[in-house]
Every structure is written in structure tokens, then in C-alpha cells.
Design a protein around this ligand. Structure first.
Ligand SMILES: C[S@@+](CC[C@H](N)C(=O)[O-])C[C@H]1O[C@@H](n2cnc3c(N)ncnc32)[C@H](O)[C@@H]1O
Length: 208
């Protein structure tokens, strides 16, 4: 993988703290009854979300990313999170190994094929009735002007394929067009960050 998070890894958490901290807390609230669950954060970046869960009593936490620079930050600190450097589209985990998979700000920056591969992998490694929590952008009539502006500015700064994929995600209808209803059934969602971010919960389905 090219080192696209090489420099960003060092400044990612402090730079995005104000925007991301309320979202991290909202994700934790969604998981409040799942402290004992086996949780995997796919494309975890700096592990910021799982570190918050770890500080709050969650026990079985796994963090997976491809970027060594991001994972270097994830490993820092006093926590028991297990860190894996692997491709989210093709992990070494067994079938049905997790109760909950988190995909946070991961899908919008990927091309369509990679999005599908990652979701198929999440489906494979989730147990029966497992939950998929997707945190990502949403652009619809409820999305505010400041929300649109903020998200687009951040993604434009990322540039390259990342920004092209974001634009495709935004124009193509976002999350609802990516999640395959045969694999995951929609449970609920909440909005954050001027309504440009959705925390959406899906339940794994056994394809018929
Ligand atoms: C925008 S960051 C999001 C990080 C984190 N989930 C968050 O909420 O802040 C996207 C992450 O996806 C990782 N990534 C990109 N492609 C990946 C792949 N195929 N497998 C695993 N991680 C990948 C990047 O290294 C980066 O850390």
C-alpha cells in the first residue's frame, strides 16, 4: 500500500479531534450493551475508537489496518487491543469470529470493488446475527450546508484516488447503494456532525 497515511498518521487524531470525538462517543453509546462482545474495527486507522472503548471497559477489541504508520499510533498507550496489519478485504480471521464489526470512515474513500470486497469479508467474519456498525458520510436533503462544506474540504485535502472515490460515493448515493440487503438488514441510524455523518447499524443475514 502506498504511504498515503504516512504523514497524516501523526496528526490524524489531534487534527480531527473536535470533529471526531462526539462521533466516537456516539458509537460507544450504540455499543453500550456489548461490553463483552468480540469487536473488530476494520480499517481502524489510529485505533482511536477502540481506545475509547477500551478505557470504558470493553474487553475483546481487535484493530485492523494496512497502514503501518496508522498502526504505530494504534499500538501506543496502555490498552489490550489486539492490532493486526492486514487487508480488510481479505483477512486471516475465521468465519463467524466476531460479534460486531465497525467500519468507520472507511468505505467512502474506496473504489466500488474494494467496498464490496470489504463488506463481503465483514459478512464472512461476523457471527450469526452479528452487527455491522458503519460510520460514514451521508448526502441527502437532511445534510446541512456546513456539513457538506466541512466533509468536502477534508476529503479534498486528502486528494488523489481518495478524493475521486469520495466524489463517486457522494454522487452515487452513498452507503444505502453500497450495502447489499441480502447480506445485511438495516436496523437503525443516527446523524452527527451537522447531519453529514451517519452511524448506521446493520444485522448480518444468512443469504438465502
Ligand atoms: C479515513 S481512515 C479512517 C480511520 C478510522 N477508521 C477512523 O474512523 O478514523 C481510513 C483507513 O483505512 C485504511 N485502509 C485503506 N485501505 C485498507 C485496506 N484495504 N485494508 C485495511 N485498511 C485499509 C487506511 O490505512 C486508513 O487508516
Amino acid at each position: 500500500m502506498k504511504k498515503e497515511y504516512g504523514f497524516t498518521a501523526k496528526i490524524y487524531d489531534p487534527m480531527l479531534y473536535l470533529a471526531l470525538n462526539p462521533i466516537r462517543k456516539a458509537v460507544m453509546r450504540e455499543l453500550v450493551d456489548h461490553e463483552e462482545s468480540r469487536i473488530l474495527d476494520l480499517c481502524c486507522g489510529t485505533g482511536n475508537q477502540l481506545k475509547m472503548l477500551s478505557r470504558n471497559g470493553f474487553k475483546s477489541l481487535h484493530c485492523l489496518d494496512l497502514s503501518e504508520q496508522m498502526l504505530e499510533v494504534a499500538r501506543r498507550g496502555d490498552h489490550s487491543i489486539r492490532v493486526h496489519r492486514e487487508d480488510a478485504a481479505r483477512t486471516g480471521f475465521r468465519d463467524n469470529e466476531f460479534d460486531i464489526v465497525i467500519l468507520s470512515f472507511a468505505l467512502h474513500e474506496k473504489d466500488r470493488q474494494t467496498q464490496e470486497n470489504i463488506l463481503q469479508e465483514a459478512h464472512r467474519i461476523l457471527g450469526d446475527d452479528g452487527l455491522l456498525l458503519v460510520v460514514d458520510y451521508i448526502f441527502d436533503e437532511r445534510t446541512s450546508g456546513p456539513g457538506r462544506f466541512g466533509a468536502t474540504t477534508i476529503e479534498r485535502m486528502a486528494g488523489g484516488d481518495h478524493y475521486s472515490n469520495f466524489k463517486r460515493y457522494k454522487q452515487g448515493g452513498g452507503l444505502s447503494t453500497i450495502i447489499d440487503g441480502k447480506m445485511f438488514s438495516y436496523v437503525k441510524s443516527t446523524r452527527k456532525a451537522y447531519s453529514v455523518v451517519t452511524i448506521s447499524t446493520y444485522r448480518r443475514r444468512e443469504p438465502s
